[in-house]
Write a protein of this length. Structure first.
Length: 193
């Protein structure tokens, strides 16, 4: 088995990278020179024709054709969780994991990064998340997993990209960000990003 994750400096590749670091999944890291446009030309565009990172390649004899190539951070996360992370082993578990990863990458990401949505959506989402995150419980089950990786990664972007946003009305979100920043696997990835 060989896993290669392609990403760039300060890119969304940090999300699946964090998951692999947390779970002790062995992988190679291929950092593209995005300033030089390496992500928009072959050979990378044979992996993601849209020229965006992250992308993941796994080579293993049991895979159809001997390998699988994936783009979209959410698809990569869910693949890793099911194949290497011991998660998503039933339809119900898979459905819940997909729910949270899609929530993070579609609903939460849009509320944060699309300025016209931020004012309208942000307080509503944060209020509900703050309730769900009380006590530091994982979003699914008893153990930190792919759902937490996706949602917490976006929450931890808040002080990086939006230091002006006052998070004091959301103490559990603040505690989640602080706990994420303390995780050794998260620190390793953020140091290298
Ligand atoms: N929805 C995609 C977004 C991918 C994306 O926009 N990646 C950025 C880096 S964070 C990128 O590759 N930008 C370079 C470009 O669009 O040329 C995902 O989650 O993987």
């Amino acid at each position: 088995m060989a896993l290669t994750l392609y990403g760039g400096a300060r890119s969304r590749a940090s999300m699946p990278r964090w998951y692999m670091e947390e779970r002790g999944i062995a992988y190679s890291w291929q950092q593209l020179d995005m300033e030089a446009g390496e992500h928009r030309q072959p050979p990378f565009t044979t992996i993601n024709p849209f020229g965006k990172v992250p992308a993941l390649v796994e080579e293993a004899p049991e895979l159809p054709g001997g390998s699988v190539q994936l783009f979209e951070s959410g698809a990569i996360l869910l693949y890793l969780a099911e194949r290497h992370g011991g998660e998503c082993q039933s339809a119900a578990e898979r459905g819940l994991a997909q729910q949270w990863v899609l929530f993070a990458n579609a609903t939460l990401a849009t509320a944060l990064f699309v300025p016209s949505n931020r004012e309208r959506e942000f307080p509503r989402l944060m209020t509900v998340l703050d309730g769900l995150l009380a006590g530091g419980r994982p979003l699914i089950g008893e153990r930190w997993g792919v759902a937490d990786c996706a949602v917490h990664a976006y929450l931890a972007y808040l002080p990086i990209f939006f230091p002006q946003i006052d998070l004091s009305p959301y103490p559990n979100v603040q505690a989640t960000i602080a706990a994420t920043q303390q995780r050794p696997a998260y620190q390793r990835v953020m140091r290298q990003r």
